[in-house]
Design a protein around this ligand. Sequence first.
Ligand SMILES: Nc1ncnc2c1ncn2[C@@H]1O[C@H](COP(=O)(O)OP(=O)(O)O)[C@@H](O)[C@H]1O
Ligand SMILES: [Mg+2]
Length: 350
Amino acid sequence: MTTAHPTIPGDRAPAVNRSGNGFQMHRPGAANPAPPRGSAADPSASRDAAADRLADDALLDLSTDIAGKDVEDTLARLDAELIGLANVKRRVREIAALLLIDRARQRFGLQATRPTMHMSFTGGPGTGKTTVALRMAEMLHSLGYIRKPKVHTVTRDDLVGQFIGHTAPKTKEALAKAAGGVLFIDEAYYLFRPENERDYGQEVIEILLQEMENERTSLVVIFAGYPDRMDTFFSANPGLSSRVAHHIEFPDYTHDELLAIAELMVAQENFHFDDAATRAFSEYLELRMTRPRFANARSVRNALDRCRLRQAKRLVELHRPLSRTDLITLTDNDVYGSSVFASPVEVPAT
Ligand SMILES: Nc1ncnc2c1ncn2[C@@H]1O[C@H](COP(=O)(O)OP(=O)(O)O)[C@@H](O)[C@H]1O
Ligand SMILES: [Mg+2]
């Protein structure tokens, strides 16, 4: 029986010994394979596991929770790989803090229900929803909330069957694939077609609701899509809405943010914009942002792919030995080749 552990800075709390992969099993539904209910190894009993329990007058240094280190790494990665999104990053930190404190409370044997972690990510295309979902899964996994740091992404077609009796097995298959991780439902509102009252999407929603209400499953559902349609979807499905604890908004990026995103992506790929190319890309963005099917950071990535194509063609046609500088430099010519400059009416591919 463990007694009080006065905190020594840098001391590791005995209850959170790291296993080989850094995963700590202490959550209901967090074990695989599940031991029989009520057995000594039953993780559902571990919320009040006496062996881990700190004395009431103990002090718990949060920095001794090794999950905290992994969480900091994930948050640092999120900061480094995503420009802007201050609000999103703040919300992710809040969720991390909530779960860290929940873990600390468990160490003192304080009973509480497992916090709900189903979420909605609303925003336009290319605003970082999928990327943040991946980091969120890593973070929830580090904190022992889910069993695997994986996101299974689905859309309506993966869940809804064509014929009567096909929908439930399809949805259950998707749930099985996502089990223990995150189920990311992109453009979730397509599940709901009020104009067709016999639409099978309703069946999916009912199965999802059951799954989301099941305290013992270790599955987090994230609904993603455009803000306005998502609002309609949630108002029409209050049951779902009430199970979604965290609504996170992903705003469209400003011109300056898009330019910073471009420079980050260029650097990540070991390229470099010369000064003229930076100015050209800034002009490109101004035009591109007003065109149809503009998809924020995704459009930036696609535009850069096409810049690289033009650069390659340009370099091959030089018919001379190439330097390292040649190979990494994107010039304004590589940008101005875009159809956005050539024809104001033509719709470029996103
Ligand atoms: N803030 C950002 N900073 C840097 N890159 C970003 C940012 N937001 C999105 N991206 C990049 O843009 C692309 C599209 O992002 P994604 O997460 O798929 O958006 P969504 O799921 O909202 O459509 C990805 O390559 C992603 O890395
Ligand atoms: Mg996406």
